[in-house]
Design a binder for this molecule. Structure first.
Ligand code: DGT
Ligand code: MG
Ligand code: MG
Length: 243
């Protein structure tokens, strides 16, 4: 077919291709979940339904994209680590980012009724953005996942302390904030234990550590597993079998 005289405009398209032979991390994050969690009455500090929904959504992505090595999630975010030799969409960044954001959003909305009795409102639908980050070695991937897990730990310890002071200690939100100002981890652990008999280390592992989804080959089949384990120490990395 003859080309039209308009064909030249295609040359203006910019298409960034991600460097070959590097790990690609795609992190999706809920847009405005501060508002979403309020509007749909998420439990504080952790809503089991919301986190379970994030996890099944992420699993469906790992199933759909066999190039995924593992995924890590906490709060309203999930990071997907793609294999180093991943050739998905010829490693075109725009395709990767938009597909992951759109697929995650679609799957999340599709599965919402399995977890929440309250239907979604058309004027406040949950959506997710996405970004890519590339890392040259598995060492940086380990540090990346450790960074996200440390973030989960710091936020969860703070939020657990804060909401315990408000919901069980009868403090106002401002008083709770003031009480926690300048405290370190052991102060918060001590506060929870001495005033509320809460041993933070006995809180749900999913809340404290987040969720790691791994895809491993067993007898020729790709098996997807979910765990709530430490990814900062050596143990996970000795047994994960990542290339
Ligand atoms: P963004 O990401 O810039 O569009 O804005 P947000 O509001 O999504 O901010 P982000 O992603 O930094 O923080 C996540 C928000 O989601 C934060 O306000 C707490 C809320 N959230 C996430 N999981 C839960 C949960 O299980 N329970 C409750 N109550 N809130 C949650
Ligand atoms: Mg967010
Ligand atoms: Mg977030």
């Amino acid at each position: 077919m003859a080309k039209s005289r308009f064909e030249y405009v295609r040359n203006y398209e910019q298409d960034l291709s991600i460097l070959p032979n590097t790990y690609i991390v795609i992190r999706v994050d809920g847009r405005g979940f501060h508002k979403i969690s309020k509007e749909y009455d998420f439990a504080k500090p952790n809503d089991r339904r919301a986190l379970d929904l994030m996890n099944v959504t992420a699993k469906s992505i790992v199933e759909q994209f066999p190039e995924t090595l593992c995924a890590y999630g906490q709060s309203d975010e999930y990071s997907f680590v793609l294999k180093r030799d991943c050739a998905l969409f010829e490693r075109r960044q725009a395709k990767l980012v938009s597909t992951f954001a759109a697929t995650f959003t679609a799957q999340y909305i599709f599965r919402w009724p399995q977890f929440f009795t309250e239907p979604l409102k058309g004027w406040l639908l949950p959506t997710f953005d996405a970004r890519t980050v590339i890392y040259p070695t598995i060492g940086e991937i380990r540090d990346y996942l450790s960074w996200r897990q440390a973030d989960c730990h710091i936020n969860n310890l703070y939020n657990t302390s804060y909401w315990t002071l408000v919901l069980r200690g009868g403090m106002s939100e401002h008083e709770a904030e003031q009480t926690l100002k300048g405290t370190n981890s052991s102060d918060k652990n001590e506060l929870l234990f001495s005033q509320f008999s809460i041993n933070y280390n006995c809180e749900d592992e999913m809340y404290r550590k987040g969720t790691i989804i791994t895809a491993v080959r067993e007898r020729g089949k790709r098996r997807i597993k979910e765990a709530h384990v430490d990814v900062i120490g050596d143990e996970f990395w000795k047994t994960c079998g990542f290339p």
